[in-house]
Ligand binder design. Structure first.
Ligand code: ATP
Ligand code: MG
Length: 302
């Protein structure tokens, strides 16, 4: 089934990325609410057709840890329709940091999602970070924005400069794209987990004044760690294994699933839906406070 722009009712904006906005839309024929991502890129017809073709593999199989793909089409730029996740991305939800039990369930979902991409679709994610981990109010945790299309990745790569880097040290020191392996995703996974646990991006913290300083710290500094007073030894060992600066020494997804930390939480019951609801309430509270502060500032000016 091909999705068509005419069949979509545009609802509110969900967020903005480097390449365009993500909008909540309603697909009228199927009565499904979706998230539509706009990817603004200058592309010729051949490249566009190749991208749409490459995205087709996503119809092949699905996983509970991957945001479902509904279809893509093209008018001036690429539009990508996917499952709408009603609690949004983790970067806006983690607040002052998530407790270990919730972190473990997130890690389980991320590892299983990444393993599915690799084993079933032969895909390396390439952009693991908290904005690309989405949650819903049922408590599901799913990955999005993985590198399905070689052509799309190539076109995006030319303009890609983020201010917070989740790149593994080996990706910073070697220029060739070919050095990107599954091990680099495992570094990004570890770094994302530390960010979720601490409630902030682990490098810098205001001390660094340039992207260069941040990249130097990733390459030359000690990898970030979790504090011993808040996280168990098994948990701290898990992230330390992911954040090994030598890529070949990082564990595989299978080995990560076998770690004592994930083994323990695999069977443990954690109220993820409850955590998501509390995190959403706290997020709305922050937005409200922000608006009140802005209004107060405006009033002061008048
Ligand atoms: P970057 O462009 O650097 O990758 P990003 O991941 O934040 O950053 P986008 O992928 O364009 O940028 O997404 C923008 C925002 O839209 C996300 O941060 C997220 O909050 C929201 N979003 C994306 N996809 C969905 C979805 N399927 N359901 C709900 N919200 C989404
Ligand atoms: Mg994204």
């Amino acid at each position: 089934y091909k999705i068509n722009m005419n069949e979509l009712m545009l609802l509110e904006e969900l967020g903005k990325g480097q390449y365009g906005v993500v909008q909540k839309v309603h697909h009228v024929p199927t009565n499904v609410t979706m998230a539509m991502k706009e990817i603004r890129l200058e592309l010729d017809q051949t490249k566009l057709n190749q991208i749409l073709m490459e995205l087709d593999v996503l119809h092949k199989s699905t996983s509970p840890f991957i945001v479902e793909f509904y279809g893509a089409f093209f008018i001036d730029c690429v539009y990508y329709c996917m499952e709408y996740m009603d609690a949004g991305s983790l970067d806006k939800l983690y607040g002052d940091g998530v407790p270990e039990s919730v972190l473990a369930k997130m890690a389980l979902a991320m590892v299983k999602g990444l393993k599915f991409l690799k084993d079933e679709l032969s895909i390396i994610h390439r952009d693991v970070k908290p904005t690309n981990v989405l949650v819903n109010t049922k408590g599901d945790v799913k990955l999005c924005d993985f590198g399905v299309s070689g052509q799309l990745e190539q076109s995006l790569a030319k303009t890609n400069i983020g201010c917070q880097s989740y790149m593994a040290p080996e990706r910073i020191t070697t220029a060739e794209a070919s050095t990107y392996t599954v091990q680099s995703d495992i570094w990004s996974l570890g770094l994302s987990l530390v960010e979720l646990a601490l409630g902030r991006y682990p490098y810098g913290g205001g001390k660094f004044d340039s992207v260069f300083a941040q990249l130097s710290a990733i390459v030359s500094g000690e990898p970030p760690e979790l504090p011993a007073d808040k996280f168990s030894q098994d948990c701290r060992d898990f992230v330390a294994k992911c954040l090994n600066k030598v890529p070949t020494e990082r564990p595989t997804y299978g080995q990560l699933l076998d770690t004592p930390w994930l083994q323990k939480y695999e069977t443990e019951k954690v109220d993820m839906a409850g955590w998501v609801q509390d995190a959403l309430d706290a997020k709305n509270q922050r937005i409200l406070l922000q608006q009140q502060m802005e209004q107060a500032q405006l009033a002061e000016q008048h």
